[in-house]
Design a protein around this ligand. Structure first.
Ligand SMILES: NC(=O)C1=CN([C@@H]2O[C@H](COP(=O)(O)OP(=O)(O)OC[C@H]3O[C@@H](n4cnc5c(N)ncnc54)[C@H](OP(=O)(O)O)[C@@H]3O)[C@@H](O)[C@H]2O)C=CC1
Ligand SMILES: O=C(O)[C@@H]1CCC=N1
Length: 270
């Protein structure tokens, strides 16, 4: 991609580390990336690691920064990195809950402000990545999309009011799926399976079921019915999950609580 920005990652932790790994796997040159972290970190070969802010400012070779620290650090960190987020620089933010308006207020000189919501499956190039921007022209919008799409499946969101909800579903979602797998394995163990075997079976089952559903034209709801042979075993289990819409209700509450926390994180940075 000829016009891909040279990216400076500020805050190189779990999420930005997974993204960098995904980009390198996708064939992005390591030289396109630089990292600035609070405590010393190592990065993959070819990626520049700045020891401190001054070194990053002196290099001055990036045209995009990606914010990979925690949302509650924005007010502390923003004043320190003004020199890195000036004219011509696009700001990509992973900070959950924080709005475009807050990013514009924190980085008033940046050329564009882009909210990015990935999940940890970026590491294997299988993440949904939700994008919302302010300030990109049509060409930059396209190259930005292509750049993030390499980490899985990028999608533009136009309504910022839904960002916390898509964050809950697609960004936090792996946490909920891991909890489900863990609970399924735990249930198997409670009922008599050997725990390690129950976990291995649960993981392999979710992996295969998810891959199958992703390649199917049938909806997941229809696929569930296809597994449940009339008068067979699965229907009895589905009846438990479906009683009083129990699973759906639980997940509505799960997404609601998660999304509401986004609004709180935003308010905390008011
Ligand atoms: N984890 C996830 O699944 C997802 C996370 N996100 C978002 O990604 C962001 C990071 O989360 P996550 O990776 O989980 O958190 P981590 O704690 O793993 O990473 C945060 C990193 O930021 C560094 N850091 C803190 N302050 C500074 C600073 N002043 N200058 C430079 N680096 C700094 C930390 O350094 P140190 O090592 O010194 O602590 C740490 O390496 C959050 O905003 C979160 O909302 C979004 C989607 C999914
Ligand atoms: O828990 C969090 O705040 C971040 C946002 C989405 C996933 N992790």
């Amino acid at each position: 991609m000829p016009d891909a920005p040279k990216i400076l990652i500020i805050g190189y932790g779990n999420m930005s580390g997974a993204m960098l790994a995904g980009w390198l796997t996708a064939g992005e040159p390591a030289e396109r990336f630089a990292v600035l972290n609070r405590s010393p970190k190592t990065a993959p070969a070819g990626v520049t690691v700045y020891r401190d802010l001054d070194e990053a400012v002196a290099a001055g070779s990036h045209n995009a920064v990606m914010l990979g620290f925690k949302p509650n650090q924005l007010n502390d960190v923003a004043p320190q990195i003004q020199a890195l987020t000036g004219e011509g620089v696009a700001v990509y933010s992973l900070l959950a809950g924080l709005t475009i308006a807050q990013l514009k207020s924190a980085f008033p000189n940046a050329a564009a402000h882009i909210r990015v919501m990935p999940n940890l499956a970026c590491r294997i190039n299988r993440s949904p990545i939700i994008l919302l921007e302010n300030g990109l022209n049509a060409d930059k919008r396209e190259s930005t999309f292509t750049f993030f799409d390499a980490l899985g499946t990028a999608v533009w969101l136009e309504e910022e009011g839904k960002f916390d909800l898509v964050t809950a579903l697609a960004g936090s979602g792996p946490g909920f799926v891991y909890r489900f797998i863990d609970a399924l394995a735990g249930a198997g163990a409670d009922l008599g399976l050997e725990p390690a075997q129950a976990e291995a079976l649960a993981l392999a089952m979710v992996d295969g079921a998810s891959a199958l559903a992703a390649g199917e034209t049938l909806s997941p709801g229809d696929l569930a019915n296809r597994v449940a042979s009339p008068g067979g075993m699965t229907r009895e289990g589905l009846n438990v999950l479906d009683a009083e819409n129990a699973l759906q209700e639980l997940l509505v509450e799960t997404l609601r609580a998660t999304a509401e926390r986004g609004a709180e994180l935003s308010a905390d940075n008011g």
